[in-house]
Design a protein around this ligand. Structure first.
Ligand code: SF4
Length: 448
């Protein structure tokens, strides 16, 4: 139906070589979309012995089969690599508009390997692709990076890393279209290890389909059906933050590093409350999506004044019930910092929770925490630790390794409350009550 599952770019940052290749028919028909094709390329080129943070690792960005058409909710980007956090397969998805930009530029997949000698960015405008030295971007946050690049280039879609990726935090994100996180497993650290700060793309083409009328008819029917669903309406109005209360009421909301499964202050975090109090507003949709679950959030005054995308359910759950913070504005600041520094909020919150419990149980000592107040719910400590993780300062340097490696380093049985599988911190669902998730987490090759 969609004609052009066609071209990929292979970029060797060590040799500064850019090659355009056709995707072989056999590869496309056997492995279908970007998740399958990316995985096959990774499997064929990266060995089990490869250290994920060496030039030999691959970073593969793929647009899905229907990206660039009007088929709803298909605008996703899949990023695949070997994870520096787990040492295993890393697959992460994100929305935004980068994948569509890639398709409109004429490509399905970008394969990146090697390592640049100094910080660079990849700039793609249709088939004009350059590796550009961008030392001025190194050290910049996600928003600063986007602002500088857009001032220079104009309206490009950008995938970038923040300071966390540069500092090889094992769960650093790649942030796409400013506020869309490609998290889980440290793709941002892989990008940082290659001295690659950003990829900017703009395309002027179209994605052709064999039977445009049929695609249009089916898409419009699907859009109407999606819009009619209660869940879609809730997501449009309140985002994924709307699911917090439901999860809490079913006793599946991990609280205090999974010690408990219910949080008494959930009412000051739920999407309904955030909208009602003016903290959260509509934030648009990914390419070709009629749901538009994306949100913006802001704190207008006071010490937590700021603005960001989200917050999503997972971020709220990680910092509020997870760390026991009962202040809405502090949680919104935690969300803003993770987005801007390029940190996976699930792993960041999960690792901080592990540290709080480790101190409570005597596994972390005064020499580890210096002057931090490690009591549950201390918002100053949580905010400080987020920044310390991104810049690998003090205790943040240990926490930047993730709970599995950090618990192996400090010992004292602290692995027992490191809530992770295969080295990846668990998503914010309590599998003691949400049992189907337990199976999903057990069999997912990426981890939970
Ligand atoms: S706006 Fe929300 S529902 Fe729509 S594609 Fe993006 S993430 Fe998915």
């Amino acid at each position: 139906m969609v004609r052009a599952m066609g071209k990929m770019l292979e970029i060797d940052l060590t040799k500064e070589k850019i090659a355009e290749k056709r995707l072989e028919k056999d590869l496309v028909s056997k492995f279908i979309g970007s998740r399958g094709i990316n995985a096959k390329i990774l499997f064929d080129n990266v060995s089990p012995e490869t250290d994920p943070l060496t030039p030999e690792n691959y970073l593969i960005l793929g647009a899905g089969t229907f990206v660039g058409t009007m088929i709803p909710t298909t605008g996703q980007l899949t990023i695949t690599s070997k994870s520096p956090e787990t040492g295993l397969y890393l697959k992460t998805n994100t929305g935004g508009h980068f994948a569509a930009g890639l398709r409109f530029a004429g490509y399905n997949i970008i394969v990146i390997h090697g390592k640049s000698k100094s910080p660079v960015s990849i700039i793609m405008e249709d088939n004009d692709v350059k590796i550009k030295k961008t030392p001025e971007l190194w050290g910049k946050t996600i928003r600063e990076t986007n602002n500088i690049l857009k001032k220079d280039l104009g309206d490009f879609e950008i995938a970038a890393i923040g300071p966390a990726g540069e500092n090889l935090v094992k769960y650093a994100n790649i942030m796409v279209s400013v506020y869309h996180a490609a998290g889980r497993g440290g793709a941002g650290a892989v990008m940082g290890s290659k001295n690659l700060k950003a990829i900017a793309v703009r395309g002027s083409g179209e994605v052709e389909v064999d039977d445009p009328e049929t695609v249009k008819r089916i898409s419009l029917e699907a859009i109407e059906k999606i819009k009619d669903k209660v869940k879609a309406k809730v997501y449009l109005d309140y985002g994924t933050a709307a699911t917090l209360t439901y999860t809490n009421e079913s006793w599946s909301l991990p609280t205090k590093n999974f010690i408990e499964a219910h949080f008494g202050k959930c009412d000051i975090l739920d999407g309904h409350y955030l909208v009602e109090k003016g903290y959260m507003t509509k934030g648009g949709a990914c390419t070709a999506c009629p749901i538009g679950c994306h949100k913006f959030s802001s704190v207008k005054n006071g010490r937590y004044r700021g603005f960001s995308g989200g917050p999503e359910y997972e971020t709220l759950a990680a910092f509020s019930p997870g760390c026991y913070i009962e202040n809405t504005e502090a949680v919104l600041k935690a969300n803003e910092l993770c987005n801007d520094l390029g940190l996976d909020s699930i792993s960041t919150g999960g690792t901080i929770q592990w540290a709080l419990e480790s101190y409570e149980r005597g596994a972390l000592k005064e020499e580890h925490i210096k002057n931090l107040n490690m009591k549950w719910g201390n918002e100053d400590t949580v905010i400080e630790l987020i920044e310390d993780i991104a810049y690998r300062r003090d205790l943040g340097d240990l926490l930047a390794e993730g709970t599995k490696k950090a618990s192996e380093k400090i010992g004292r049985d602290s692995w027992k409350w490191a809530v992770q599988a295969r080295g990846l911190e668990q998503s914010r669902v309590d599998t003691r009550s949400a049992k189907a998730y337990a199976l999903t987490f057990a069999v997912n090759p990426r981890g939970p």
